[in-house]
Design a protein around this ligand. Structure first.
Ligand SMILES: [Ca+2]
Ligand SMILES: [Ca+2]
Ligand SMILES: [Ca+2]
Ligand SMILES: [Ca+2]
Length: 216
């Protein structure tokens, strides 16, 4: 009895320390998908813009609501170049997409240089930080290379397999040397990364209608 007690207490402490102090378990907000080189009107304002139609999607992979106040998108590998500050709440499993036009509006409203998300087509880094008082903590980041920034290809985590990234290349098929590889699926800004296959030349609006997706 005593031996099992001595054995169990450290296990319980280990479980508690893992559960409460492992920063990985607190990284509930992850970058889920992004498009660095849009070639069509992704933000739905009726006009194509290489800046305003870029997008970054985040997901809440935890099991509790997350208050997004303090979460910010930074562009580039050097220091912080703030491009957008989130607000609102994200429920478990829910995604949220920020378009270049949202980023531009935030920059204009807060007197930042107006670059939009500035996802460089030659490769870049996207980071999510959480800022609380004087504490700025990196929450997630993704580096991408130039072949991941080709017309209308997004890069995203595979739904149900968050460690695996693919290029969603249905509308601009990867030649075989893509990093990450292509999966033949349509990009899904604002929706979980289910695989919708379509080599047809249809609009994102038509895809949403066909799939019964009404948000944006
Ligand atoms: Ca770009
Ligand atoms: Ca647009
Ligand atoms: Ca950039
Ligand atoms: Ca998505």
């Amino acid at each position: 009895m005593r031996n099992s007690f001595r054995y169990c207490v450290p296990l319980i402490l280990l479980w508690f320390s893992t559960f409460f102090f492992n920063p990985q378990l607190h990284a509930q907000i992850l970058i889920n998908e992004f498009m660095a080189d849009p070639a069509r009107d992704w933000d739905g304002d009726g006009e194509y813009s290489s800046r305003d139609d870029e997008w970054v999607e985040v997901i809440n992979v935890g099991n509790a609501d997350v208050d997004l106040a303090g979460f910010m998108i930074s562009d580039g590998a050097e220091g912080y170049s703030w491009r957008y500050a989130f607000s609102g709440t994200l429920s478990p499993g829910e995604v949220f997409v920020v378009y270049g036009s949202d980023s531009r509006a935030w920059e204009e409203a807060n007197d930042f240089p107006v670059y939009g998300l500035s996802l460089n087509n030659a490769g870049d880094r996207i980071s999510i930080f959480r800022v609380a008082g004087n504490d700025t903590a990196l929450v997630d980041h993704i580096d991408f290379v130039d072949n991941a920034a080709e017309d209308d290809r997004s890069v995203g985590r595979v739904a149900g397999d968050l460690q695996t990234w693919r290029q969603f290349d249905a509308w601009n098929v990867c030649p075989g040397s893509c990093n990450p590889p292509g999966n033949g699926c349509v990009p899904t800004p604002g929706f979980i990364n289910d695989c919708i296959t379509s080599a047809e030349s249809v609009s994102w609006g038509a895809i949403k209608t066909r799939c019964g997706l009404n948000g944006d």
